[in-house]
Design a protein around this ligand. Structure first.
Ligand code: BYC
Length: 470
């Protein structure tokens, strides 16, 4: 197990001390990162003491240390999971050959593009969430938001390390650009669309961490299979941290459902207007938020039929999540049937891998919905939450721009445009949700629209003062 050296300016387990050039390059980037954090990170809470976990080792048991820190003092560092001895390539045309410790010249620009795209999402999400602290439903939630934010910052460091260490001058330029693009910026937006959507309320945050961070899980798992070993090791450790982000989404949405059901039972009705008047999120509104963030996140898997995904797999750059679970790791003779607006098409499996991943992602998304629907059923109400069809509201791929209902039916464009505000949040819905977003910062207290969590962080009570506001 490699331990992390905290005595250095940049905590790391990659022996930075022995590579002075790389160390200097990263130390040069560090103040730019800190400046970006001050300007684009969570507003107005930089002086607060926050109960945060920090990675102190990459050991599966006890990798994290919990303690109180001010966010700008967080020890962002570079941590790679331990290398697997004699690891070989697990898929594609070079299956069985030793993995690469350096970037092969022929894959350089593709690998850089993948790493930059991954890296771009990390600071983007911090930017998207920067104002949320002002409307936190509790100190517990505020702390979770900041935990996610500092870890997304660390994930940026993870990708910047790879760019600096393996891609020379282009890599350093890309690392600079990662701080220059900004979420929602008209001139220099973030690369992927979902990361330019505003997240201005906590319902959106929980949906984002439920759906979009789960895309993160799938993408990181597929990059963890990469033949480029430093990328694989980096992503394996990032996945450890990512789990908490999805936990925040899953439990956050579960707590919203729980509170809404309490209100519905108290009132003895599921009438959305009455639920709203009582200060809770009615279930149809929640459904609209699920539709919005799920459909947006589905685009993050790329086109159903993609020559990029075929080449990435065949060349060993990007596998399928948990590649070992499959039998065929080369896929040169497999095919898959795909539904497109032009009818069903049979395509080589290699070209359909984005869709394979999207399908297993959707199954993973179903798990939370099943749980919330059981809660609704037990409370005696007929409403059921559903995931939208993977053809609904797509901007990327075969179904991009097609007028498809959340149930997956192709329909007339006019009728579609008209119905869209009943499927995704309208201006009025957003205004209502915003009206609920009142800051609650008394330890243990929750906003009226969300139930308390079952337990606190790291065995502390829910009413622990997770953030000491300054
Ligand atoms: N928006 O063949 P195509 C996370 C572009 S989330 C805009 O369809 P491909 C996190 C694509 O870039 C995980 N553009 O797809 C979560 C390409 O452009 P170029 C992030 C899009 O290449 C929460 C063109 O369309 N990680 O970690 O097979 C908080 C044709 O591409 C979009 C990754 O994404 C879109 N939605 O797959 C914090 C992993 N989709 O290159 C963090 C790295 C596609 O021709 N990225 N395009 O100019 C990848 O593996 C691939 O780039 C994609 C696309 C899966 C995104």
């Amino acid at each position: 197990m490699s331990s992390i050296n905290y005595a250095e300016k940049i905590p790391n387990n990659v022996n930075l001390l022995n590579d002075r050039t790389l160390q200097r390059a990263l130390e040069h980037w560090q103040p730019h990162f800190l400046q970006w954090w001050q300007e684009m990170g969570p507003t107005d809470f930089q002086a607060s003491d926050v109960y945060l976990r920090t990675a102190i080792s990459v050991d599966a048991q006890g990798w994290a240390h919990y303690g109180t820190v001010k966010m700008p003092d967080y020890r962002w560092g570079i941590f790679l999971a331990d290398s697997v001895p004699a690891r070989t390539i697990g898929f594609g045309d070079q299956m069985g050959e030793p993995v690469w410790q350096q970037v092969p010249g022929e894959y350089r620009s593709t690998l850089r593009r993948l790493i930059v795209t991954q890296g771009d999402t990390e600071p983007a999400s911090v930017e998207q969430q920067r104002l949320l602290g002002h409307t936190c439903p509790s100190l517990y939630d505020l702390r979770n938001l900041f935990q996610i934010n500092v870890e997304e910052g660390r994930h940026l460091w993870a990708m910047v390390y790879l760019l600096h260490a393996y891609f020379g001058r282009d890599g350093r330029e890309e690392a600079q650009e990662l701080l220059a693009r900004h979420s929602g910026d008209a001139d220099k937006p973030r690369i992927l669309t979902t990361f330019n959507e505003p997240i201005s309320d906590w319902l959106s945050l929980y949906c984002f961490t439920y759906f979009t961070d789960r895309d993160g899980k799938y993408q990181l798992k597929s990059l963890a299979e990469s033949a480029f070993d430093p990328l694989s090791r980096t992503c394996r450790f990032m996945l450890t941290e990512e789990a908490h982000h999805m936990f925040v989404g899953e439990t956050g949405l579960g707590r919203v459902v729980k509170r809404t059901l309490e209100v519905m039972k108290e009132l003895g009705t599921d009438d959305p207007a009455k639920v709203r008047a009582a200060g809770a999120v009615d279930l149809p509104t929640l459904q609209k938020y699920l539709n919005f963030w799920c459909s947006s996140s589905l685009d993050l898997f790329g086109s159903e039929i993609s020559s990029n995904s075929a080449a990435n797999f065949a060349n060993g750059l990007k596998g399928r999540p948990d590649e070992a679970q499959y039998e065929d790791h080369v896929l040169r003779s497999a095919c898959m049937k795909l539904g497109t607006p032009e009818g069903e098409q049979e395509v080589p499996m290699l070209n359909a891998l984005n869709e394979v991943m999207r399908e297993s992602y959707l199954k993973d998304c179903e798990i939370g919905l099943k749980r919330w629907n059981r809660q609704i059923e037990r409370a005696g109400f007929a409403f059921r939450l559903t995931l939208p069809s993977s053809r609904f509201r797509r901007s990327i791929g075969a179904w991009a721009g097609q007028p498809v209902s959340p149930q997956g039916e192709l329909m007339g464009r006019e009728a579609y445009e008209k119905a869209l505000t009943s499927w995704i949040p309208s201006e009025a819905d957003r205004a209502f949700v915003h009206s609920l977003m009142q800051k609650v910062v008394e330890p243990g207290k929750m906003a009226a629209w969300i139930a308390a969590p079952d337990r606190g962080i790291n065995n502390l009570p829910v009413d622990y003062e997770y953030v000491k506001l300054q």
